[in-house]
Design a protein around this ligand. Structure first.
Ligand code: SAH
Length: 244
C-alpha cells in the first residue's frame, strides 16, 4: 500500500465514503500503466468538490473502484478570466488550451474571426487537454472549453461588465495600458489568428466600451506565444499572482 502522486479527474461527486466506479480508460491507466494495487492511494478532483484522497478498492483490467477517504484541498477557483483565441494548427491549438488551463483561465473560448485558419475544432479533445493540464498542475478546477463561436456574435452578446484585453498586433512596440487592480471585474483576453485581425474587426473592437487594446511588446508573437504572454501579463497585474 502506498500513496502515489497521481491526480485523476473524475466526473463523479466526491465525499467521504463515496465509491467511484472507474471507466475503461481510467482503469487501464491506473492498473495497467501505473500498476496501482488495492490499498494504494491517489488524489481525485472533479472541478467542484476540491481534492480528495482515495484508495484503490478493486483493480481490474477494464474496471475498478476507488473509495474516497478525506478532503486534501478545497476547491480553488481561478479568477473570472476568459481566454478567447482563434484556433490554429492542431498541435498549437492543443498547446493554447493546455497553457490556458495551467495559467488559470476560467473558460476557454475558441473563436472564428475573418482570418481564422480553422473552421472546426474537436471540442471534446480540447476539453480532455484542459482536464489533463489540471491533473498535472495541481488544479482543482477545470476550465470549460466552449464550442467554436463567431467573434462578431460573441461581441454582440458580450456581458457589459466584463472587460476585454484586446491583444492588438497593430500596437506592437507601444506600451499598452492595463488598468490597475481595482474592482475585481470579470475579464476576457482576445488573441487573433496567424493572419491577425481585419481592419473592420480592429475598428469594431476599439469602439467597444469594455475594450482595452494592449501591446505584447515590440515583436510580433505567434498566437500560441501571445496567449501565454497575455495571460502572464494579466495574471501578474490583475489576477491571482498579484497582491491586492
Ligand atoms: N499576421 C499578423 C500577426 C498575428 S499574431 C501580423 O503580421 O501583423 C497572432 C495574434 O497574436 C495577434 O492577432 C495578436 O492578438 C497577438 N499578438 C502577437 N504579437 C503581438 C504584439 N506584439 N502585441 C499585441 N498582440 C500581439
Amino acid at each position: 500500500m502506498s500513496a502515489t502522486n497521481i491526480r485523476l479527474y473524475v466526473d463523479h461527486t466526491l465525499g467521504a465514503g463515496q465509491s467511484v466506479l472507474l471507466g475503461r480508460d481510467q482503469a487501464n491507466y491506473l492498473f495497467n500503466v501505473m500498476r496501482l494495487k488495492p490499498g494504494d492511494s491517489i488524489a481525485l478532483f472533479n472541478g467542484r468538490d476540491g481534492e480528495w484522497c482515495a484508495t484503490v478498492a478493486e483493480a481490474g483490467k477494464r474496471r475498478g473502484t476507488l473509495e474516497v477517504q478525506e478532503q486534501t484541498a478545497p476547491l480553488r477557483l481561478p479568477p473570472d478570466l476568459w481566454l478567447m483565441f482563434a484556433p490554429i494548427k492542431k498541435a498549437r491549438t492543443d498547446f493554447i488550451v493546455e497553457k490556458a488551463a495551467e495559467m488559470g483561465a476560467a473558460r476557454i473560448l475558441p473563436i472564428q474571426s475573418e482570418f481564422t485558419n480553422s473552421e472546426r475544432i474537436r471540442q471534446d479533445r480540447l476539453q480532455a487537454h484542459a482536464i489533463e493540464a489540471a491533473e498535472q498542475c495541481g488544479g482543482t478546477y477545470v476550465p470549460e472549453v466552449a464550442p467554436l463561436a463567431r467573434l462578431d456574435t460573441l461581441l454582440t452578446e458580450w456581458p457589459e461588465e466584463r472587460q476585454l484585453m484586446f491583444c492588438d498586433e497593430g500596437l506592437a512596440g507601444d506600451k499598452g495600458p492595463l488598468p490597475d487592480k481595482s474592482s475585481g471585474q470579470p475579464w476576457g483576453i482576445l488573441i487573433g489568428p496567424e493572419g491577425g485581425f481585419s481592419e473592420r474587426e480592429r475598428k469594431r473592437l476599439r469602439d467597444l466600451p469594455f475594450t482595452h487594446a494592449v501591446s505584447l511588446g515590440p515583436r510580433i508573437l505567434r498566437a500560441d506565444t501571445a496567449a501565454v504572454a497575455a495571460m502572464t501579463l494579466w495574471q501578474a497585474k490583475l489576477g491571482d499572482w498579484s497582491q491586492s
